[in-house]
Design a protein. Structure first.
Length: 267
């Protein structure tokens, strides 16, 4: 009798800490949405506080009696809602909430730049050959007097009210032929360079600097002239050390947060 009396309270607490997988959902909802809503309720209620990890994919499959694909789709939706972040080999972690109008760009590798370029739409305004003047040379590191292809426009997220940033891409004249394909291309421009010319981008150097929203960009960025901006400049290099392209993204500072994870490398 004593063992039964001791066990029941623990079971009751367990049911409160882990609501039913199908609580508060409609039976005709897609399975992944049922998983999303159940996990979201638990995150909001504090079952999984900020900094804690969600169960593994395998554990979630067992709990909800769904496929791994369904669980992954649910976790993707939670990431889109900025409730969790996932890292390969590190699981899924509950993250602090952020303002709804901020844009988070997480970078750990060149592959993450692919995700950034694929996840936003580049509305190109101009594509033209230009001569690099001294001012642009100082800004980009490209030698003055050289001819480069300049591609400029705003980037947008799907359904976003405001542009993510103003983008300038300067492409080495040797690869300027990609300009003919840009209006129909979705994704990173450096992929076109690799595909068309059999090249490989092996290094991307990134610098982030404070700037001000210029009168020229203020209207397009939906930001006030003179407010703080962040310039994210990336220089893409081939194995030979040659610069293939330089990209500069100007973000209103109030709508941008950069995330980078560093891990200790064993000697």
């Amino acid at each position: 009798m004593a063992s039964k009396t001791d066990t029941r309270p623990r079971r009751t607490a367990s049911r409160k800490a882990r609501p039913s997988a199908h609580a508060n959902v409609k039976s005709d909802d897609p399975l992944y949405l049922q998983v999303v809503r159940a996990l979201k309720d638990e995150i909001v209620s504090g079952v999984y506080p900020v900094g804690s990890q969600l169960p593994t994919e395998e554990e979630l499959c067992d709990r909800f009696s769904v496929s791994r694909y369904t669980v992954r789709e649910a976790l993707r939706r939670l990431r889109e809602d900025s409730l969790v972040s996932s890292r390969q080999g590190a699981g899924t972690t509950v993250v602090p909430p952020r303002p709804a109008d901020s844009f988070v760009h997480e970078v750990m590798s060149i592959n993450d730049l692919v995700a950034f370029a694929t996840g936003v739409r580049f509305a190109i305004d101009t594509v033209e050959m230009i001569e690099i003047d001294e001012k642009l040379s100082a800004r980009t590191g490209i030698a003055s007097g050289e001819q480069w292809l300049a591609v400029r426009g705003f980037r947008h997220t799907e359904g976003g009210e405001w542009p993510v940033c103003w983008t300038e891409v300067y492409i080495n004249r040797e690869f300027a032929a990609v300009g003919r394909l840009l209006q129909r291309h979705r994704g990173p421009i450096f992929h076109l360079i690799e595909d068309l010319f059999g090249q490989s981008i092996v290094e991307v150097h990134q610098e982030i600097a404070a700037a001000l929203v210029s009168p020229v960009l203020a209207s397009g960025l939906k930001a006030k002239t003179g407010t703080t901006a962040l310039e994210v400049q990336r220089t893409y290099k081939l194995a030979t050390g040659k610069i293939a392209q330089v990209a500069i993204n100007t973000h209103p500072a109030s709508r941008f947060r950069h995330s980078m994870t560093m891990r200790r490398v064993k000697a």
